[in-house]
Design a protein. Sequence first.
Length: 380
Amino acid sequence: MRLMFVITGLGVGGAESMLVKLLGQKSFADDEIMVVSLLGSGARSAEVIELGHRLEHLGIRRSVSSWWRIFGLYRFIRSFKPDLIHSWMYHADLVAGIMGKLAGVHHIIWSIRQSNLARDYNKRSTLLIVKACAFLSPFIPRKILSNSAVARQSHIETGYKADKIHVIPNGFDLERFAPDKALRSAFRTRHNINETTPLVGLVARFDPVKNHAGFFEAARTIHTAMPDVRFVLAGTDINAENQTLMAMIEKAGLRQQTYLLGAQNDIASIMNGIDVLLSSSDGEAFPNVLGEAMACGTPCIATDVGDCKTIIADTGKVVAAGDMDALAKATIELLSLTDKNRSILDRNARMRIESHYEIGKIASDFRACYLQIHESAKLD
């Protein structure tokens, strides 16, 4: 098949990461693939090129004067003649849907990758595009693929056509993300952290929906009960120059106990280096960080948003969204486990990702979806 993937940008994010993982799978080895980013070059662009796929950037910016570049997608579609277009993220869904239809492509798939559509956590312009996509969903896409059952339901409630939305979860590379004592030791040595120091992690960009304030509320409680605990945070804008973040740390009294790593590429080292990963988020669909940590044998404690409860199951803890006292209590309990019980938990976390979310299986599910749509055209 000739497959075109259209994505808003190729920066650091869950959708971008999942697309790049898919493109590297053998399920697509016989397909001719083209990727189009609406924006300019991003952190993941080089990875797409290294995989041997054609990549084009439209270079659209926020200024209205650059919006004419949208029509470049029409030209790419007409020249590439894809059998199917799969767009990722709302802006790409809207643009690829309209341009694809204008160019005569009948097989278009959209994506859903978030569940919290509250005004407090989304730009007004994004919510307007969501509304536009909801209105157009009965007419443009053949299918809409959601990475989360909860996200599927929230979009149905927003007006998306229910019978078009199908769930395919995120997948994880079990070779890249695996328990590794050498990575653990190297990570701790690099940051001057003792091997036996309890280490709690949060890997998330600085964004209101990720609830860093809540994390430090829980961290203060954890540290009061267990003074030896240290906290590692990584993600975009997670640095000492972020005055809002620093104020949160100062308020919690944890400046000396907190390590800020900023945006990182080697997430496997972090996941092996920490003892437990927390997610204090107020809204998720399917957070990649949970799967990455669990694949490394690191248990997770998360708020009950998106599909976190389904992902973690009985391999960690899930608490009510916004309940930072419960998040702290669950963390203290986990860090207090005996070595034997902790080893069982670590092993079970890894096994859950192996059995449900291995990237090769997930990639096969995506391609089966594409093939079903493509083959159905021959019967029409």
